[in-house]
Design a protein around this ligand. Sequence first.
Ligand SMILES: Nc1ncnc2c1ncn2[C@@H]1O[C@H](COP(=O)(O)OP(=O)(O)OP(=O)(O)O)[C@@H](O)[C@H]1O
Ligand SMILES: [Mg+2]
Length: 1079
Amino acid sequence: MEVKTSLLDNMIGVGDMVLLEPLSEDTFLENLKNRFDHNEIYTYIGSVVISINPYRSLPIYTPEKVEEYRNRNFYELSPHIYALADEAYRSLRDQDKDQCILITGESGAGKTEASKLVMSYVAAVCGKGQEVNKVKEQLLQSNPVLEAFGNAKTVRNDNSSRFGKYMDIEFDFKGDPLGGVISNYLLEKSRVVKQPRGERNFHIFYQLLSGASDDTMKKLKLDRDFSKYNYLSLDSAVVSGLDDAANFRTVRNAMQIVGFMEDEMLSVLELVAAVLKLGNIEFKPESRCNGIDESRVKDKNDLKEMCELLGTEQSVLERAFSYRTVEAKMEKVSTTLNVAQAYYARDALAKNLYSRLFSWLITRINESIRAQAKTRHKVMGVLDIYGFEIFEDNSFEQFIINYCNEKLQQIFIELTLREEQEEYVREGIEWTNIEYFNNAIICDLIENNQNGILAMLDEECLRPGTVTDETFLDKLNTICAEHQHFESRLSKSSKFLTDHSLPHNCFRIQHYAGKVLYRVEGFVDKNNDLLYRDLSQAMYKANHSLIKQLFPEGNPAKVNLKRPPTAGFQFKASVGTLMSNLQTKNPNYIRCVKPNDKKASHIFTDSLVRHQVHYLGLMENVRVRRAGYAFRQAYEPCLERYKMLCKKTWPHWRGPAREGVEVLLTDLQVPTEEFAYGRSKIFIRNPRTLFFLEEKRKRCLEDLATLIQKIYRGWKCRSQFLLLKKSQIVVAAWYRRYAQQKKYQKIKRATTVVQSYARGWQARKLLRELKYQKKCEQAVTTISAYWHGTQVRREYRKFFRANAGKKIYNFTIQRIMQKYFLDLKRNMPSMSPIDKSWPARPYLFLEGVHTELKRIFHLWRCKKYRSQFTEDKKAVYEEKLKASELFKDKKALYPSSVSQPFKGDYLEISKNPKYQKLNNAVDEKVLLADVVNKINRANGKGSPRLLLLTRRSVILADQKTGQVKASVPLADLASVSVSTQMDGFFALKLKEGSASAVKGDFLLSSDHLIEIITKLHRISASAAEREPINVDISDEFLVQFKHDKVCVKFIQGSPKNGNSASCKRKNNRLLEVSVPTSP
Ligand SMILES: Nc1ncnc2c1ncn2[C@@H]1O[C@H](COP(=O)(O)OP(=O)(O)OP(=O)(O)O)[C@@H](O)[C@H]1O
Ligand SMILES: [Mg+2]
């Protein structure tokens, strides 16, 4: 729940000066000092906030503070600038009333800081969002830029605003900021060329020289040394606590955020640099023949650099510093300038350059921050304008500034009174006229169009003939002499003739805030604000986009012979616009007060503050506010605050709040003239009545506090007692339970001991009996076991040892064998007869069995393999087997024959018609038919013959005719001879004395030698009555040719006809067969 508080709570002094009792300047100051000493820098006068500069940072601007003051009523919390900002913002947002915040006070009183605080508060509490935040940021960031170019260190303030600023912040219907517009008033441009002792030029000059990068410095042709520039005062170039270099970065950053382009920033800096260079241009006199001195530029280097920066022609500018052209009615007259005039022209150019640059900056910022939307805006204006100034030496600037303050005071009085009056009407309270000083008469003295001081100054400036400040003063002396607020030594009014405090060259005005003495020197010049046309034209010619814009009057095409409006005239016009603008808005005042002249914290100089209180018209303000009724408050918070003072309203009043307040005041017997009932507020005439109420409330609160305390203490003690009682019961119960538990446990333990002893005794007794019984049983068992053992051993001894070993052995062997066979079964090798593998033997004693089994298995496998063969196939294999028996490892030809199947009938004799006759001649089955070579014994050459083999005979026939040449019965064959070599030669040897032997043996050669001999041998062996034919294998054997025996010898060599063997007759007894070397 939100706690309703009031400004009246925990007040130091009084938070609202309206409540000051008694009211006098002394009590007023006393109250301010008291609060200032307690860090309460804000005090109200009704809705006006007085702010005293603390000159140190106080922890009262935190985000938490913002939250605290957000959406709270003005008088709910202790005075704060946030309360004013919140009130203004809420009535703008919720009641659609345009607001203006008028911040006044003297230099260094904290106006600029206050304006920033108001802006930051509004930025913190208004809507959020990407676009809105950008607008806020741009509005806030416009401050550093303007401060850099428009503020300077003065003796009164290290960051003194040297221009007046009014900023309209625009909001949409939701209260979100849309943008803003800044107006500026009269920049103190004289500072550009000359600064009073102990003061500086505008910050930007120092910031640029300290903070710019080397690159930029080079571009701008600048040197970091301040002493190189005439326009920069040196005695306070460095200000403690002010970091120019860092501020330069801040300014550049702020310019970027506000929306300045890089080239725009550079242009601006070029102009600043140009002003510095301009200050360094010096002149020397040059005598002319007519005896008049003419000025000449002394050292042209700076002029050259400046011209390069601005893009102007050096000669044009140089001439503009030496001559002045006056145009009148189509006539041009050129006059020379002397050195003093040249310096005047130079400074006028510098001042104009800078002040126009400043105005351009504001226009440029406005372009960026101006609200885009065309819808109606709500506006909150913040006015941070120079305060009333009274110096020892006051000039035109002070006159203008003080005029502005007069106007503000006037609007303040008007608006405050109007507001006051409106409230009375709104509340239905009778309005009593208030006596107050109206400063309209002073405003009139200054601004009256006929005989006002400004009008007369303008008149003097425009008047032909010699015009000096003195002629102007004379004019004032004649025209304003009668005015009651104008004082001058030489005025007609004789009363000042002897006033020595009023010098002859001065006039004095009794401003609302005090008398100010103005020295007329410079009034005319400053009002004229003259810049020679030659200079503005030279500037217009510059090849620099920004400069051209700044000097539009230099355009020769638009020569205007009319004088430009005077400074006074311009200012009056802009103040007039400002005033009418402020009139349309709901005003909120912040009146800043400077506590001391030393810029120091904790020092409150009475005289200084008194002076400010005086000229700010603060007492006047309080009096106006208090003239009718000093205090007013809505009925609800009033009843809420004081209801405890009456039994009827305490603690709750059920009816309307107004009636409650009536009952309350009647009950308290407050005199009826002390208050009036408005529609929604109670008006209290005298602060004393309020303090009476407050005092009573305080006492009542004390009583109430005591009552509450009493009840609370009673309640607390009682609840503590009840708690103690409850605790005691719990503790007692726990203790009793514990004690009983203990007792029970003790008895239980004792019982258990007794029980255990008894049980132990019983058990032991039983145990003894059982043990005895058991022992008896064991004895019986042992005896019987022994007995039975003896019996059994006696009976079985004979079997026992003799059989056990054998059985175990047999059993073990059986298991081993079983396992062996099972393993063997599992690891049986393949059924291929050529597979040599056989599982490993597990035990040595199985060696014999294992080898035998391997052999048996192999035989069985072979048998199985053989059993697959048919009879024919078997015969083929038998033949092959026979061939192997005959020739293996004996004849080199044999291995090549193994793979050749024995075909037998190579001639296909029964089918081939060519051999039909021969077939018919042989009456038996032909087992082999082939072509062989019969070797001629005469030359060893072979001639082909058909060789047929039957069961009974070998037949040789002519290959062509098929006629049988010889038929040898097998019984006549004695043997066959072959060599060991690769050749196919074989000799069929006949039995001596047989019928066939007549012709002699046959020496033949065949490719199928192995087959022929094998078949021959098999056939001869199959005949029961005969011996099988002998097969002689030797490399030398004898062949019987008719009567001769010829030796056939086989030698290894390279026969003539390639790979086959060749036979050659060597002599009568020798036939040599050369056989190719076996591979
Ligand atoms: N509320 C504040 N809290 C802390 N310091 C403050 C406060 N107000 C002002 N100051 C200090 O006082 C100095 C001067 O304040 P500021 O520049 O606002 O004065 P001013 O009234 O604008 O003066 P001028 O008329 O010369 O511009 C500030 O630089 C700051 O150091
Ligand atoms: Mg300021």
